[in-house]
Every structure is written in structure tokens, then in C-alpha cells.
Design a protein around this ligand. Structure first.
Ligand code: ATP
Ligand code: MG
Ligand code: MG
Ligand code: MG
Length: 565
């Protein structure tokens, strides 16, 4: 490839609306362009990187026995009704209508479509196991798309699904895919961790998330240096031993509070210190009920509350939505204290977070003196790593904890018979008896990986790609090509020779001033730069510099080829 015939469009300015370094650098390098909120064009440069990630993912999935296919993005409503997810999936599901007034979803994931495929295609245990995957565009109407392609609405996912006769065979393939994921992230040169995860909205038994470690990550993860203990901090409880609960300070009671109160008013009325400024967040369940809770550790609280309320699906609601639901005004909902209290609104059970807290329940009412386990069903939540620090003992008693922030780039689930049961996906076993298939599902955020890699690998000059992800491994930079045909020719010959030797190289023959050209090549993160100049030609050398080296070196042709081979 010659850059003079490519479309490279870089910028020195840091875009004002890009908060994280990957978003800034992807825009500055000209890898992506925003079309609408959470919707991006991948430029020719960006696409080269995306394709490299895809290739690694594809090859390792194939090595794990998965077969590639391609399913539609637009999916009929009826299929989603079979599993109940047309309603339950919530606001992330983009619903569209055709000219005949028939409804469709733009696929945020493909369990329904693939299970429909399986029930039509598979009839005998002899056809099992089967693992299929696709690399395909998904759409999720995220409440807060941000960080560019990191949390986009339209994004590229690798999703795989496996079908088995029993749970044991599913477990075997689950671990096979788990190992494929380890190979993928290792091969891409990323620092990552696999952690135990909640099965959340998708449901099922076992689940692990793969996180790329980066300070900008939206998740916190913890692991032990002395055992296999590793958990998403939100979910650490699921693996840890039970902790004793404090005795209740007082009986739970419902307190009448005049509607339209501020946080301060409610705190005063209940005689509870307003320890922190809290604003209310909430979960909206599929059937429209609301769990109110305070901000502050809200990710942790969200998961716990969802479990207590038995919510399979949920999303955060805005204060205005909650107020509308309660027939109140924004500002009324005012849980107080660092641990929020709650109540499931509608005719569901009361739930609360701690023994001293309050929460909005119905218009004009709050709860106080609520205690887990005593007043409310104890969820399978027992340990809390929220205040844990690196160096603390691991909850399993073996080793000490390391804690870091992570970006979720992959997720594997053992779904079991859940979807196959709902959709009647069965095969005949050896005895000729119909059996519901067991399923696994396995996702990788292909486009998110590109951003995550930059979060881990950049410097003041720009992106520093791990070699397997770079748009090109080598840039051959020509000094003054227009006025010096001999130099231009030598550079083109070197580029051709590298390409013939299988070295992924690009020729920068744009004729820019050297400073400008080098700044571009560094910004877009090319791992190896070779400068061809009249002076070098005279001396019989090329000027070579690694993206991470401080100095360049003069190398003759053979030494250069040996270095880049
Ligand atoms: P998150 O917790 O970040 O919202 P998720 O748990 O909802 O992700 P999954 O349903 O597990 O996502 O989807 C599989 C993978 O798809 C995720 O591990 C992630 O890498 C990627 N992914 C999910 N949502 C997005 C998004 N909005 N933008 C980019 N990638 C995404
Ligand atoms: Mg999500
Ligand atoms: Mg997640
Ligand atoms: Mg996930």
C-alpha cells in the first residue's frame, strides 16, 4: 500500500468531547468518524485494525472447533416473544417496523435466531455437539453511549453458540472456548484477566468475563495471588464465604413523608444524617416496577438489588422516569446515607440495603430500619469487596488480593437448557427420546478491543500498537520523493521487497515534510519505521526506529530485513 493512494486524515487537536485516550487517539489518527450518538464509521485505516482483531478471533474460534456462519441483524418480533425478551430485554432493544406494520428487532445478540436455526437443523444426538460463530454488527440502544467505540450503540461482536446433549458436554466446550479466549487476548498482545461473573440478564449457570486491564475501565476486578479466585468486584460475593450481618438497630417501619420532598427534607424527617449528597437511581424491571437506590457504588447496588428483586432484566432509570412512575416530581426521591435503601415499587416484595437506611416506596412513603435477611430475603450475596484494597487477604483465605479496573472484552456463559426449552429445541437421544439441548453462548467485543488496546498502549506521540493489531507493521518513509527519483525508487524497491517477504508494510510517499510525516506515523502507531533518504543511500544504510525506542539506528539492507523478518 502507498499512502499517497490511501486516505489518511490525522489531526493534532485533541477533540474536546473525547474523554478517554483511546477515543481521542482514534479520532486524531482518523480511525473512526462519528455519524450519530454511539454510531461510527470505520475509516480505511480503522478498518485495517478491526480486521486484524477479527482474524485473530476467527482463527482461534476455528481452532476451538467453532464453525463460522452469518445470521441476520433484523429479527422478527415473534421470535423474541417466544423467549419473552421482546419485553424483557428493555430499552436496549431497537424495535423497527416495516411497511406492513410488522415489528422487528435489530439484533443486540442472537440467542433467539440461533436457537431457531438449531431447532430446525438439528434432530439427532448424532449432529451434536455443534458450535457456530459469527462476526457481525450488533445494535444496543445504550442509555449512555460513550468513549467512542468502547460503549457504542452499533458495534461489532463475535458471538458464538454451542449445542449439546447434556450439561457435561456443554461444560467441556465452555472450557475449550475459555482457553480460545485466553489465546486470542494473548495473541493480540493485551494484558487481561478472566474473572468469575454474574449471569445477569442472559441467565444460566456458569459465566466468566474477560477484562483488559486499564484505568479507564468501567468495571473493577479483584483476584488472588495465591489461588484461582478472581471476580468482578460487583459480584465478588458469589464466591466468598458468608459474612455476619449486624443486628438490626430498630424494626423496619414505613414512614409517611409528604410528597415532593428534597433529600434534605427526607433526611430531617427520618432523623438520619445526610452523610453524602445522594441522587436517586433506579432499576426498571421488565414489568415496569422500580427499585430506587442511591448513587455511590451504584453498580454494586444495582446487581444486588436486581438479584433481590428477582429481576432478570433491568436498566437504570433516570430520576425523571422514577418520579413519573411514582406520580411525583424529580427531587422527591431521596434515599439517605452511604448505603441506599430501597423498596420495590408495585406489588412486589420490599427490599433494602442496610439496617439504617430509607428508600422511596410509593408516593409519600419511605422505609427505615430495614435489614437484610431479617426483613427481606437474603440474596446469594455474602461478601463485599467494595472497600477491599490491594493486599487484603483473599476472601477464599488463600493469598492476597490484587485489584484493578477492567474493560469487559469477552464473556462466556453456560446457558443450559434455558433458551432451548423456551423455544422447543430438542433432539432425539440414543434411545429415541426427545431431549432439550444444552446451550452455551460466547461473546467478544471485536470493535471494543481496538479501543481497549489503545487504553493500554499509547504515549505522548500517539498509539503504540501491539504488533498483531497494527494497521501495518512497517512504514517505509521517503524523504523528498518528488525531487529525488533515486530515493523514491529505492524506497519503493524496499517496500516491494518487504511485501514479497510477507512483511506487512506501507510506503509513505506523500512527500510531506519529515517532521509531519514522522508525527503521523507515530500517531497511527506503526511499530517499525524505516526512513529512506539521499544521505542514507550514499552511506548504503536505512534509518530504522522502533516505535518504542528513543533513538534510530543506521542498518544496511540485510540487517534491516533480519530485524523486520
Ligand atoms: P457491558 O457490561 O460492557 O455493557 P455486556 O455485558 O452488556 O457489556 P455482553 O452481552 O456480554 O455485553 O456482550 C458480549 C461483548 O460485547 C461484551 O463482553 C463486550 O466486549 C461487547 N459489548 C457489549 N456492549 C457493547 C457496546 N455497547 N459497545 C461495544 N462493545 C460492547
Ligand atoms: Mg451491556
Ligand atoms: Mg457486562
Ligand atoms: Mg457481559
Amino acid at each position: 500500500m502507498r499512502l499517497s493512494q490511501f486516505h489518511l486524515s490525522t489531526s493534532k487537536e485533541t477533540p474536546a468531547d473525547a474523554e478517554v485516550v483511546s477515543h481521542q487517539l482514534m479520532l486524531r489518527a482518523g480511525m473512526i468518524r462519528k455519524l450519530a450518538a454511539g454510531i461510527y464509521t470505520w475509516t480505511p485505516l480503522g478498518l485495517r485494525v478491526l480486521r486484524k482483531v477479527e482474524t485473530a478471533v476467527r482463527e482461534e474460534m476455528q481452532a476451538a472447533g467453532a464453525i463460522e456462519m452469518l445470521m441476520p441483524s433484523v429479527q422478527p418480533k415473534e421470535l423474541w416473544e417466544e423467549t419473552g425478551r421482546w419485553e424483557k430485554f428493555g430499552g436496549q432493544l431497537l424495535k423497527i417496523k416495516d411497511r406492513k406494520d410488522a415489528w422487528y428487532a435489530y439484533g443486540p445478540t442472537h440467542e433467539e435466531v440461533v436457537t431457531d436455526f438449531a431447532r430446525n437443523e438439528l434432530s439427532s444426538y448424532r449432529q451434536l455437539p455443534l458450535t457456530v460463530f459469527q462476526i457481525q454488527t450488533k445494535f444496543r440502544d445504550e442509555i449512555r453511549p460513550r468513549f467512542g467505540v468502547m460503549r457504542a450503540r452499533e458495534f461489532l461482536m463475535k458471538d458464538a453458540y454451542s449445542f449439546h446433549l447434556d450439561a457435561q458436554d456443554l461444560d467441556r466446550q465452555y472450557h475449550e472456548i475459555y482457553r480460545a479466549y485466553e489465546r486470542i487476548f494473548t495473541r493480540l498482545g493485551l494484558r487481561f484477566r478472566a474473572v468469575f461473573a454474574d449471569t445477569g440478564a442472559i441467565g444460566g449457570s456458569a459465566s466468566h468475563e474477560f477484562h483488559v486491564l486499564a484505568d479507564s475501565g468501567e468495571d473493577a476486578i479483584a483476584w488472588s495471588d495465591g489461588s484461582a479466585y478472581a471476580a468482578n468486584v460487583e459480584l465478588a460475593e458469589a464466591l466468598a464465604p458468608a459474612a455476619p450481618r449486624p443486628a438490626p438497630a430498630e424494626a423496619m417501619r414505613e414512614v409517611e413523608t409528604p410528597t415532593q420532598k428534597t433529600c434534605e427534607d427526607v433526611a430531617a424527617l427520618l432523623d438520619i444524617p445526610l452523610a453524602r449528597t445522594v441522587r436517586t437511581l433506579a432499576l426498571v424491571g421488565a414489568d415496569g416496577f422500580v427499585v430506587a437506590l442511591a448513587r455511590g457504588d451504584h453498580a454494586v447496588n444495582t446487581i444486588k438489588l436486581a438479584k433481590v428483586a428477582g429481576l432478570a432484566e433491568y436498566r437504570m432509570a433516570t430520576e425523571a422516569e422514577i418520579a413519573a412512575h411514582l406520580g411525583s416530581e424529580p427531587g422527591f426521591l431521596g434515599p439517605v446515607g452511604p448505603k441506599a435503601a430501597v423498596r420495590v415499587v408495585a406489588d412486589r416484595a420490599v427490599a433494602a440495603m442496610a439496617d439504617f437506611v430509607v428508600g422511596a416506596n410509593r408516593p409519600g412513603y419511605h422505609l427505615t430500619g430495614v435489614n437484610w435477611g431479617r426483613d427481606l430475603p437474603e440474596p446469594d450475596v455474602v461478601a463485599d469487596l467494595r472497600n477491599a484494597e490491594a493486599g487484603d487477604p483473599s476472601p477464599d483465605g488463600r493469598g492476597t488480593l490484587a485489584i484493578a479496573r477492567g474493560i469487559e472484552v469477552g464473556h462466556v456463559f453456560q446457558l443450559g437448557p434455558k433458551y432451548a426449552e423456551a423455544m422447543g429445541a430438542t433432539v432425539l437421544d440414543e434411545q429415541g427420546k426427545a431431549r432439550v439441548m444444552h446451550m452455551g453462548c460466547y461473546g467478544i467485543g471485536v470493535s471494543r478491543i481496538v479501543a481497549a488496546a489503545i487504553e493500554q498502549n499509547s504515549d505522548a506521540a500517539g498509539i503504540v500498537w501491539p504488533e498483531p493489531m497494527a494497521p501495518w507493521r512497517v512504514a517505509v518513509c521517503v524523504i523528498n520523493p518528488k525531487n529525488d527519483p533515486a530515493v523514491a525508487e529505492a524506497a519503493a524497491a524496499l517496500h516491494a521487497e518487504l511485501s514479497a517477504a510477507g512483511v506487512d508494510s506501507v510506503l509513505d510517499d506523500r512527500g510531506l515534510r519529515p517532521g509531519q510525516m514522522f508525527a503521523d506515523i507515530e500517531l497511527i502507531g506503526i511499530p517499525h519505521r524505516v526512513v529512506v533518504s539521499a544521505r542514507g543511500l550514499e552511506a548504503g544504510t536505512f534509518e530504522y526506529r522502533s516505535r518504542t525506542a528513543a533513538e534510530s539506528e543506521a542498518l544496511d539492507r540485510d540487517a534491516l530485513l533480519a530485524r523486520l523478518g
